[in-house]
Structures are given as C-alpha cells and as structure tokens.
Design a protein around this ligand. Structure first.
Ligand code: DGL
Length: 294
C-alpha cells in the first residue's frame, strides 16, 4: 500500500457515481496545479435511497482505497455520503476529509441572511444578495431522500444562523432524469414544479442544490424559482474549502510547471462514465479505469 501525503500527492475525490465530477470541475478550475484521483462508485449508485450504515460502509471502503493510492486529502463529493459518513471519516482518517454540506450551508446563509455575520469572502461569486429579495425569506434545500432525511443541511444552516427557516425537499427522481440527459425535458419541468412548490410557497431566498447531480439542472430550476432566488451550488464552495484546507496544512502543490494528469476510476460501466462524465466535468475525459471494491 502506498501512503503519501506530501504537497505533490493528488487529491482524492469520490461520489456514488458521476455527479461528483461537478465538484472535480470546480476543484480543477480553482486549483489548476492539483492532480485529482476520482472514484465514482457506479456499481453501487444510487446512494440516495440506501441506509446510512450501508452508505457509511461504502464511504469507508472508498476512502481506504484512495489512501492506498497515496492521496493527500479526501473530498466526499456526494451529499448523501457527506450526510451519513463525514463525521466518522474525519475521525478515522489521518488525512483532511472535506464534505460538501458545510460549504454549501455557509454560502446559503450568507445569501439568505446577510446580517448573520457569515462572511462569504472566501467563496467568490456566492456573496450576499442585493435588493429585491422576498420578504418571507428562508433557505430551501433539495437533495436525495437520504440527505434530506438525515437533516444534515438543516443542522449545518442552524449552526450558522439558529433562526433560519429551512424548507427541505427530497427530489428522488432528479438523479435518474439527469443521468438520462433530460435536464430540460418537459417531464422534468413538470416533476420539478411539483417538488419545488413548497419552496416557492415559502418564498425562500436561496436554494441549496444539495446533490451533485443538480447543478446540471440549474437553468430549469432557476427558471421555476425565479430571478430573486439564489441557487447555491456546493461544488464551487467546496473547491474554495479544499483550497483553504490545503493552504492551512501546507499541502498546496506549488509547482507551476506541473500539468496535472487526473485519474478517473469507476467501479462499473466505464463506457457510460466516459459518455456522461464530460457533461458533469465540463472537460474531456480520455480514459476511465475500473476498480472493484467490497
Ligand atoms: N451524488 C449523490 C449526492 O450528491 C446523488 C446520487 C445518488 O443518489 O447516489 O447526494
């Protein structure tokens, strides 16, 4: 087993499938000198409807595999795995382990409660909203059934703004629709209108896209929620948090001559990963390795 935690080691990122590539895209844009090893657990996706114990077991296996590949930090680029496994991984793993929920919650609170004192300065492009926001307020959170049932977003938001109104809605049909490429299909619009009704009714000021698949539906969701609602994509906020943690631990790769070569690994169906992956990543993927865990 190779264990290397130096600044030149890659960052390990994992998700239940390809959704976490939206986080990889944000990390590589924010930290262009860093290498990434990405593991998509395509053999066991979706995590959303699975029990917390099962998701924790999968997350432990993947983290152990990434450590064996010599990563210097682990990014849990899956809201469901963050909700069920992050606290345990952070205790068990000697490396920095970063999830997607706290960074997203921070941006949402800064957007919906500008007087709460949450500084959005380290999350450029996700600052405080201007005038014209609704008078009722509150934060909407959409995610998989597992993420919403865990209450992890509501807890993260209340830890920053105890008086925040949080309207949570599970959207279990979104992941298969995105996987199908139906990001602006009339059927998707119909389903989204149904899911978003409680958030629209509560006049929320910000909506957290609490699943790594949802940024691909941004245009459709934005059109239903209207221009006064801030959509919060945890991917960008997580990339900022990764940069912050690496800097703090002296783990930032400093070599400007490095042209990073990323690795993409799937536990099944690499051809499907290759086909859909670039849409999530926002860049071409040359090759996908297959690794079986568990
Ligand atoms: N990527 C997962 C998340 O962010 C959603 C997909 C799944 O259900 O596995 O929660």
């Amino acid at each position: 087993m190779v264990i290397s935690t130096g600044a030149n080691a890659p960052i390990g990122v994992f998700d239940s499938g390809i959704g976490g590539l939206t986080v990889v895209g944000a990390i590589t844009r924010r930290l262009p000198n860093e290498r990434v090893v990405y593991f998509g657990d395509t053999a066991r996706v979706p995590y959303g409807p699975k029990s917390p114990d099962t998701v924790l077991r999968y997350a432990r296996e993947i983290t152990a595999w990434l450590r064996g590949e010599g990563v210097k930090a682990v990014v849990v680029a899956c809201n469901t795995a963050t909700a069920h496994a992050l606290p345990v991984l952070q205790v068990e793993c000697a490396l920095p382990v970063i999830g997607v929920i706290a960074p997203g919650a921070k941006v949402a609170v800064a957007a919906a409660y500008p007087h709460a004192g949450v500084v959005g300065a380290d999350v450029p492009g996700h600052g405080v909203p201007g005038d014209g926001f609704g008078t009722s307020g509150g934060i909407g959170v959409i995610g998989t059934s597992g993420t919403i049932a865990s209450g992890a977003y509501a807890r993260a938001i209340w830890s920053l703004e105890p008086h925040a109104t949080v309207v949570s809605q599970a959207c279990p049909l979104f992941v298969p629709l995105v996987e199908e490429g139906w990001v602006d299909h009339p059927a998707t619009r119909l389903i989204a209108r149904e899911y978003l009704a409680p958030l629209i009714g509560a006049h929320v000021r910000a909506v957290v896209l609490g699943c790594t698949h949802y940024p691909l539906m941004r245009t459709l969701l934005g059109s239903l929620l209207g221009p006064d609602v801030r959509l919060v994509d945890s991917a960008e906020a997580t990339a900022d948090q990764v940069a912050h943690v690496l800097e703090e631990r002296g783990l930032r790769s400093r070599d400007p001559s490095t042209v990073p070569v990323h690795r993409f690994v799937a536990s099944d169906a690499p051809a499907q990963f290759l086909r859909l992956g670039q849409r999530f990543l926002g860049a071409a993927i040359e090759h996908v390795e297959t690794v079986t865990l568990g």
